[in-house]
Design a binder for this molecule. Structure first.
Ligand code: AHR
Length: 505
C-alpha cells in the first residue's frame, strides 16, 4: 500500500491557468494545415480555422497561446502578414525547412484564432532582426484605439476595435537563434526595446524577457540584476520586466541520440522521465536567483517552451519536427505539470511546444483527419487545476528505474477550487506494477470521489487508423472509509481524482 497525503489546511498560491498554455509557431504543419486551412478548404472551418482543432482546444480550456515563434519570431516582420492575403509577401522560412511562407496567417488571423479558442494572445516580438520602431508599431497596431497611423491601418484592414494583448515577449532565445547575444548585451537591448512597448488605452501588457537556456544561471543573474525593476529606479530610468522565460526540452541523449518517438526500450523510457523531472531542479535553481532580487515574486518564471523532442518521424521533412506521441509523452506531461503546479508561486505561465503536428503536440492531423494524442488527454485530466489553489500533498518516497536513471515511483500535485473540491493528479511511473493507494486527507472527510485514468503500454499511441486507442476511462473502484480513500492506479498511468470534502463531524 502506498500513502498519498493531501492536506486541505495547508494551502499554497493560486495555480495560474496560464501554466496550461500552448505555443504555435510557423513551423512545419503547425499553423498551416494543422490550424489554418483557409476559407476555401474542403476541411470544415470557420474563417479558415479548422473547426475540429478549435473545438478540441476549447475542450482542454487552452488559456493562452504563444505565437508566431520560436525562432521564427525573430525573422518575422508583422507588416508582411496584414492586408489582402493575395498581396502579402512570400518569404522563406529560413529556420524551418526553407519552405515558402506566404503570410496568409498573420496578426488578424491569429487574433481570430484566439477568439475562437477563447484564449489570450501572447505575442513574441522580433528583436533579432527587427527594429525598435517595428515592435513599437506592432503594439500600436494591435492595441491603440484612437487616431494614429497604425490604428488607422488596422481599421483599413477591417478591424476597427483594438485587441487586447496581455502578454508580449521581447525576443526569443536571443542567446541563440534570436541573435546569438551575450546576457549582458541582451539585458541592454531588453531595456531599450521594452521602453517602446506602450500600454495604450488601459491595455496592460506583461513584458516577458528572453530568459535562460536550460541551466544558464548566469543569464538569469544578469537579467535579474539589470532588468528587474525596482521602484523607484535609482538612476531615473524606467523599465519593467514582468516575466523571464525559461526553455527546457526533454530530449534524452541530446541531438545525436534522441531516439525514436515510438520505438524505445525501458532504459530510454526511464532516461526520458528522469530528464523530464530535471525541470524541478531547473525551476528551483533559477528561482533561487530570482528570489534574491525579487523576494516579493513580482517577476514570473515563464516556461514558454517545454516538451519532448525526439527524432522526426521517418520520411518527414527534418525541418518540420513532426513526431508521434505515446504514453511516455503523457507521463512527461503529467510530471511536468505537477512540477509547475508545485512551483506556482514563481511559475506564472508555461507553453507546451507545440500545439499541432510539431514536437510534443496535443493534436495531430492528416488531411481532414485529426487525432488527440495521449498528451492532449493529460491536459484534459489536469484542467481543473487552472486557477485553483495549490494544496500540500505527498506520496511515499520510493524510487524505481535504473542506477543511472532513478525516478520516483509516484508523482503528485493537488489543488482545491472555489467549490472546495480537491483535484489530485497522480502519475504512476512504474511500467509493470499496479499500486494500491491509501489517500489520507489530514482530518477532513471525503463525501464522494470520482476518478479518470489514462493508461497503456509505454509506447501506446493513437494514430489515424486507431484514433481512440489511448483515452481516459472512469475508475469506479474507490472505497471511502472516513478520512481515507482506497483505490488502485495501474502501471504507466496518469490519473485525476476529484474529492468532495466536508468538515470533520
Ligand atoms: O519549438 C521549436 C524551437 O525550439 C523554437 O522555435 C525555438 O525557440 C526552440 O529552440
Amino acid at each position: 500500500m502506498r500513502r498519498l497525503i493531501i492536506n486541505p489546511d495547508k494551502k499554497g498560491e493560486k495555480i495560474s491557468r496560464n501554466i496550461y498554455g500552448h505555443f504555435a509557431e510557423h513551423l512545419g504543419r503547425c499553423i498551416y494545415e494543422g490550424i489554418y486551412v483557409g476559407e476555401g478548404s474542403p476541411i470544415p472551418n470557420v474563417k479558415g480555422m479548422r473547426s475540429d482543432v478549435v473545438s478540441a482546444l476549447r475542450g482542454i480550456k487552452v488559456p493562452v497561446l504563444r505565437w508566431p515563434g520560436g525562432c521564427f519570431a525573430d525573422i518575422y516582420h508583422w507588416m508582411d502578414g496584414i492586408g489582402p492575403a493575395a498581396q502579402r509577401k512570400k518569404i522563406i522560412n529560413t529556420h524551418w525547412g526553407g519552405v515558402v511562407e506566404d503570410n496568409s496567417f498573420g496578426t488578424h488571423e491569429f487574433m481570430e484564432l484566439c477568439a475562437q479558442i477563447g484564449c489570450d494572445p501572447f505575442i513574441s516580438g522580433n528583436v533579432g532582426s527587427g527594429t525598435v520602431r517595428e515592435m513599437s508599431e506592432w503594439v500600436e497596431y494591435m492595441t491603440f484605439g484612437g487616431v494614429s497611423p497604425m490604428a488607422d491601418l488596422r481599421g483599413a484592414n477591417g478591424q476597427k476595435e483594438p485587441w487586447s494583448v496581455p502578454y508580449f515577449g521581447i525576443g526569443n532565445e536571443n542567446w541563440g537563434c534570436g541573435g546569438n547575444m551575450s546576457a549582458e548585451y541582451y539585458a541592454s537591448i531588453y531595456r531599450h526595446y521594452q521602453t517602446y512597448v506602450r500600454e495604450y488605452d488601459g491595455n496592460q501588457i506583461s513584458k516577458i524577457a528572453c530568459g535562460p537556456n536550460i541551466d544558464d544561471y548566469h543569464w538569469t543573474e544578469v537579467m535579474m540584476s539589470r532588468c528587474h525593476s525596482r521602484t523607484p529606479h535609482t538612476n531615473g530610468a524606467d523599465y519593467r520586466m514582468d516575466g523571464l522565460s525559461l526553455h527546457y526540452y526533454t530530449s534524452p541523449g541530446g541531438p545525436k541520440d534522441r531516439g525514436c518517438a515510438v520505438k524505445f526500450d525501458e532504459i530510454k523510457y526511464f532516461h526520458t522521465l528522469s530528464d523530464a523531472l530535471r525541470m524541478d531542479k531547473l525551476i528551483s535553481g533559477h528561482s533561487l536567483i530570482m528570489d534574491r532580487y525579487d523576494p516579493e515574486k513580482r517577476v514570473g518564471l515563464v516556461v514558454d517552451e517545454w516538451g519532448t523532442w525526439f527524432d522526426v518521424a521517418e520520411g518527414t521533412n527534418p525541418g518540420f519536427l513532426y513526431q508521434q506521441n505515446t504514453m511516455r509523452d503523457a507521463l512527461v506531461a503529467g510530471v511536468t505539470l505537477n512540477i509547475f503546479n508545485t512551483h506556482c508561486d514563481r511559475v506564472t505561465m508555461a507553453n507546451i511546444a507545440q500545439t499541432v503536428n510539431v514536437l510534443q503536440a496535443v493534436i495531430l492531423t492528416q488531411g481532414e483527419q485529426m487525432i488527440k494524442t495521449p498528451t492532449y488527454h493529460v491536459f484534459d485530466l489536469y484542467k481543473g487545476h487552472q486557477d485553483a489553489q495549490l494544496l500540500e500533498s505527498y506520496v511515499d518516497d520510493r524510487h524505481i528505474g535504473t542506477d543511472e536513471y532513478s525516478v520516483p515511483e509516484l508523482h503528485v500535485s493537488a489543488s482545491q477550487d472555489d467549490s472546495s473540491a480537491i483535484l489530485a493528479t497522480l502519475v504512476n511511473l512504474s511500467l509493470h506494477d499496479t499500486l494500491d493507494i491509501c489517500c489520507q486527507l489530514c482530518g477532513h472527510q471525503a463525501k464522494s470521489a470520482s476518478a479518470r485514468v489514462l493508461t497503456g503500454k509505454m509506447d501506446a499511441h493513437n494514430d489515424f487508423d486507431a484514433p481512440e486507442r489511448v483515452k481516459p476511462r472512469h475508475l469506479d473502484e474507490i472505497t471511502i472509509s472516513g478520512e481515507k480513500l482506497l483505490f488502485q492506479i495501474p502501471p504507466c498511468a496518469v490519473m485525476e481524482i476529484v474529492i468532495d470534502i466536508g468538515p470533520v463531524e
